[in-house]
Design a protein around this ligand. Structure first.
Ligand SMILES: *[C@@H]1O[C@H](CO)[C@@H](O)[C@H](O)[C@H]1NC(C)=O
Ligand SMILES: *[C@@H]1O[C@H](CO)[C@@H](O)[C@H](O)[C@H]1NC(C)=O
Ligand SMILES: *[C@@H]1O[C@H](CO)[C@@H](O)[C@H](O)[C@H]1NC(C)=O
Ligand SMILES: *[C@@H]1O[C@H](CO)[C@@H](O)[C@H](O)[C@H]1NC(C)=O
Ligand SMILES: *[C@@H]1O[C@H](CO)[C@@H](O)[C@H](O)[C@H]1NC(C)=O
Ligand SMILES: *[C@@H]1O[C@H](CO)[C@@H](O)[C@H](O)[C@H]1NC(C)=O
Ligand SMILES: *[C@@H]1O[C@H](CO)[C@@H](O)[C@H](O)[C@H]1NC(C)=O
Ligand SMILES: *[C@@H]1O[C@H](CO)[C@@H](O)[C@H](O)[C@H]1NC(C)=O
Ligand SMILES: *[C@@H]1O[C@H](CO)[C@@H](O)[C@H](O)[C@H]1NC(C)=O
Ligand SMILES: *[C@@H]1O[C@H](CO)[C@@H](O)[C@H](O)[C@H]1NC(C)=O
Ligand SMILES: *[C@@H]1O[C@H](CO)[C@@H](O)[C@H](O)[C@H]1NC(C)=O
Ligand SMILES: *[C@@H]1O[C@H](CO)[C@@H](O)[C@H](O)[C@H]1NC(C)=O
Length: 453
């Protein structure tokens, strides 16, 4: 395969010499220099590196910074020796020279969509650099090797795909690291789809922009995602893993466009739809969107911490479901800000649904500029909206709400709790003070009434 210009250098000329190719976009920090200076040892380390492994002494200059190590590893990679490749001795390592080559590299540094599948099959450290996915071509990272890492760098973009079944970005793996390089952007191409109707009609739109199913101490972090078409990240079956420092910026979709009939162009743009997950830590994220910021269903042991949510429908639990198995337990939402949103905190269950929502805590959350309900617990949802008739098939128990302060707009309601007959138990409110609404609060549980009353 004829490659474009690459920077080539080689490490020590031993019998086991391998070419090391260096991308011109790699950041030449002291960590990368240490790798370049350590020859085969660095290559061998990178071939088997998974985050958490002790960093060898040659890489002391990386100061234990996993991101730098992953970046350095993704910058150096081995290539089969080819007669046309130009070997540079260790003496000239410092002055990296430019040349052309006909070498076929191992495919860990991808600059084209077609290179992704072979990279996933072969590599432990994958970089996806400025990938533009053609129409109907998802970025599929579902068969990552155990312990693999994937770095998104530059801008990742997607051509228009006229299907609501299309899932642009799919990630699954055990003990994996998914990260964005500084300044990287994942762009969902939302303006090509937005028509004010979201997933309720109009143009077909990819129903979930990302599906993430990571397990065994995996981490997904440092992603900047903008302009996703409809629902954002489907956190589907994440086990014992962390998602952190994700920006979901759909604020471009707040303005109407020429086909949205005066509505915000983007709609149904949930940021994090968490389902079937156990032992998930979701933290340090910033969301500007037009639907739920976080909504948790069918999950247990989930902590959602240090979130900033603007434009959203708030921090939600969607409890229960049809048939057995819809239980939610041990959920903590804490240390967060919800602003300019329809709701602050919400637990909703469907009319006629069954299941449980047990041991949920909301603590240390500031609310401001809330448009409908400050704190909302409702058991009467039907077809996505309140029906006015609550049912009691979902037990909502051991709900703690503490240190929740803030304001709703005058047209809004501070507190609304509408439980089914006998299905709510053990609600505790401490230091709850939401005010500003002139639509009267209403709470049919606890018997003492709404907080503060
Ligand atoms: C996964 O990686 C972590 C370090 O990130 C390590 O401590 C752990 O043993 C690994 N677990 C499995 C099951 O591979
Ligand atoms: C998308 O597909 C629908 C049929 O599902 C078709 O009516 C429409 O014209 C297509 N739009 C574009 C932009 O290709
Ligand atoms: C976790 O890792 C262990 C060891 O690799 C593996 O046997 C197990 O299937 C993994 N569990 C999940 C849920 O990925
Ligand atoms: C999650 O980690 C705990 C130990 O921290 C382990 O007992 C459990 O099996 C893990 N669960 C899954 C689904 O990997
Ligand atoms: C979010 O996107 C809007 C519009 O694209 C942009 O103006 C704004 O600066 C972005 N915000 C952040 C925090 O990146
Ligand atoms: C709507 O605006 C887009 C660009 O934002 C333009 O390409 C398109 O032709 C416009 N459509 C109509 C019906 O005006
Ligand atoms: C959930 O957390 C509780 C309390 O920390 C713990 O006892 C339980 O084992 C966890 N459940 C799972 C499935 O890890
Ligand atoms: C509040 O959200 C609306 C869309 O719901 C948006 O147009 C407006 O710019 C946001 N205001 C602030 C202060 O973020
Ligand atoms: C209830 O959930 C909290 C997290 O908010 C957890 O620490 C606690 O262990 C859970 N209690 C039980 C009995 O599982
Ligand atoms: C609720 O469940 C009852 C009993 O199964 C059924 O008759 C009724 O049609 C259901 N109502 C709705 C709105 O689903
Ligand atoms: C689910 O919740 C219901 C209602 O609280 C409870 O009766 C049932 O035992 C729970 N099931 C599981 C598997 O936890
Ligand atoms: C009820 O919630 C409190 C506060 O999170 C927690 O300490 C306790 O363990 C929970 N009890 C049950 C039965 O879940």
């Amino acid at each position: 395969m004829l490659l474009s210009i690459l920077f080539i250098c080689s490490l020590f000329s031993t019998a086991h010499t391998k070419d090391v190719m260096l991308r011109d976009t790699c950041s030449h920090n002291n960590c990368l220099r240490a790798f370049l200076g350590s020859g085969p040892e660095a290559v061998a380390f990178c071939q088997t590196y998974t985050s958490g492994i002790a960093i060898p002494t040659f890489a002391a200059n990386c100061h234990g910074d996993t991101a730098k190590v992953i970046s350095a590893c993704s910058c150096i990679y081995t290539a089969p020796t080819s007669s046309s490749s130009i070997l540079i001795t260790s003496a000239s390592l410092a002055s990296i020279s430019v040349t052309t080559t006909t070498t076929t590299p191992t495919p860990c540094f991808c600059t084209a969509w077609s290179q992704i599948s072979p990279a996933v099959a072969a590599c432990m450290s994958i970089t996806l650099d400025n990938i533009h996915a053609p129409a109907s071509s998802a970025i599929i990272l579902t068969k990552l090797k155990i312990g693999a890492s994937v770095i998104f760098s530059g801008t990742t973009s997607f051509a228009f795909t006229n299907s609501s079944q299309f899932r642009p970005l799919q990630i699954a793996g055990s003990n994996v690291t998914i990260a964005g390089a500084p300044g990287s952007i994942i762009d969902g191409g939302g303006p090509q789809y937005w028509d004010g109707l979201g997933s309720n009609g109009g143009l077909p739109k990819p129903g979930q922009f990302m599906k993430v199913q990571i397990t065994n101490n995996s981490i997904m972090r440092d992603l900047y995602i903008q302009n996703y078409p409809s629902h954002g990240i489907n956190v589907a079956g994440v086990l014992n893993s962390t998602i952190q420092n994700i920006v979901m910026n759909n604020s471009l979709g707040d303005a109407p466009n020429n086909i949205s009939k005066g509505l915000a162009a983007a709609h149904n743009t949930d940021a994090f739809d968490v389902g079937n997950s156990v032992n998930l830590l979701l933290q340090d994220c910033k969301v500007w969107n037009q639907d739920d910021c976080v909504v948790v269903s069918d999950s247990s042991n989930v902590t959602v911490r240090n979130m900033f949510c603007s434009g959203s429908h708030g921090l939600s639990i969607a409890g229960g479901g049809t048939g057995p198995g819809h239980n939610i337990s041990n959920i903590l939402f804490t240390d967060s800000i919800v602003t300019n949103s329809t709701n602050g905190l919400r637990i909703k269950t469907d009319y006629n649904a069954t299941g449980g929502v047990v041991n949920v805590t909301y603590s240390n959350i500031q609310l401001s500029n809330i448009k409908t309900y400050g704190i909302d617990i409702q058991q009467d949802y039907l077809n996505g909206g309140p029906s006015g008739i609550a049912s009691n098939g979902v037990e909502v128990a051991n709900i703690t709400v503490s240190n929740i302060k803030g304001w709703v707009v005058p047209e809004a309601t501070d507190y609304y709790i509408f439980c089914g007959d006998g299905s709510c138990q053990d609600f505790t409110f401490y230091d709850v003070d939401v005010s500003g609404g002139t639509e009267g609060s209403s709470c049919n549980y606890p018997p003492s009434g709404c907080p503060g009353s």
